[in-house]
Design a protein around this ligand. Structure first.
Ligand code: UDP
Ligand code: MG
Length: 326
């Protein structure tokens, strides 16, 4: 009828959730049935290797409100939500997990917010029971870092439990097609009338978390790359620093050369007054170059003994004058 014209799309990402799915389906269905809106339950099978897909097939066969999309392999939670948003045709779209950690009891309030004209509804968890202390601390740390680095301000504790109007979804569909992405970040940066609803995250009904530490780490790094140009700036700063350092070293080296040149010139001036030393000096320079050019200096020594002696005499004198002056 005409009252049922509006429709809620519930997008559920599913990865190896055969144990949680029956409970999720039963519980969520009960609540969807009492909503003032029509609904569709859109599952996205993210390459599950268990029986999830056949369960979804069965639900879709017997329940006309159930639809599903199935990936050829595991692409990750974010990709699953994006695919769900692509296929959803409701006036409002809710993304939620299949493990009942996102309570379907919130759906009526979400619909109310849509009716008030909200475009983006962030679900903020007050407590995360099943997540351990470590996960809660790292999550808080992550939001602090990303908020410090990024121009976009993220709702701390914003989960991948959120709801968007079909207008907001259209913006995501058209303009946010990056391969590396942070959906809940986009959701908060597209504008529209925003609101938050708080909820208490329940324990996972069955199965275990599909987010490994490795996945979380990759996810966090991707997010920082997506929403902050600090890494890029760091590269530019490092480049500029290295460039300046190069110039400084060049100046230093050149001025050192200049000094040495000056030193040699002074010596030469001295030598002009003292032709013997002068000759000695130039011979030494000559000897060095001959040695370099011809290898062992036997040849040279044979030719220049006389001068070699002179140098020795002179050096003895100098050494004596340094060591006490007699
Ligand atoms: N999920 C998914 N693809 C993945 C990992 C998880 O679609 O690669 C789904 C999973 O089935 C669940 C939701 O994303 O519905 C959240 O995952 P999970 O509950 O394991 O994460 P946690 O709540 O522990 O952070
Ligand atoms: Mg979960």
């Amino acid at each position: 009828g005409s009252i049922m014209e509006k429709k809620l799309s519930v997008v559920v990402s599913v990865y190896n959730e055969e144990q949680a799915l029956p409970m999720f389906y039963e519980t969520t269905k009960l609540i969807l049935e009492i909503l003032p809106w029509d609904y569709e339950l859109l599952f996205v099978n993210d390459g599950s290797r268990d029986d999830s897909l056949s369960i979804l097939r069965e639900y879709a066969a017997r329940d006309e409100k159930v639809k599903f999309v199935s990936f050829s392999r595991n692409f990750g939670h974010e990709a699953a939500m994006i695919a769900g948003i692509d296929y959803a045709d409701g006036d409002g779209i809710v993304c939620m997990d299949a493990d009942l950690q996102h309570p379907p009891e919130c759906l009526p309030e979400i619909v109310r917010k849509f009716e008030e004209g909200c475009g983006v509804i962030s679900m903020v968890r007050t407590k995360n029971k099943s997540a351990g202390l470590i996960k809660n601390i790292t999550s808080a740390g992550f939001y602090r870092v990303i908020n410090a680095l990024s121009d976009v301000k993220f709702e701390p504790n914003a989960s991948d439990f959120f709801a968007i109007s079909k207008e907001a979804a259209e913006v995501l569909r058209k303009n946010y097609r990056e391969k590396v992405r942070f959906l809940r970040g986009y959701v908060q940066s597209i504008g529209f009338q925003k609101t938050t609803i708080t909820y208490e995250a329940h324990d996972r009904v069955a199965g275990e978390s599909k987010y490994s530490i490795k996945k979380l780490l990759a996810f966090s790094l991707n997010t920082i790359m997506c929403f902050s140009n600090l890494p890029l700036k760091l590269g530019i700063y490092a480049g500029a620093f290295a460039g300046l350092l190069g110039v400084a070293v060049m100046i230093y080296t050149l001025s050192g050369c200049a000094q040495r040149l000056r030193y040699h010139r002074d010596l030469k001036l001295l030598y002009v007054c003292d032709p013997v030393s002068d000759r000695g000096h130039y011979r030494r320079v000559y000897r060095d170059s001959v040695q370099r050019a011809e290898g062992p200096a036997n040849l040279y020594r044979a030719r220049n003994t006389e001068c070699g002696e002179k140098i020795c005499v002179r050096e003895k004198k100098i050494r004596r004058s340094y060591s006490g002056g007699f």
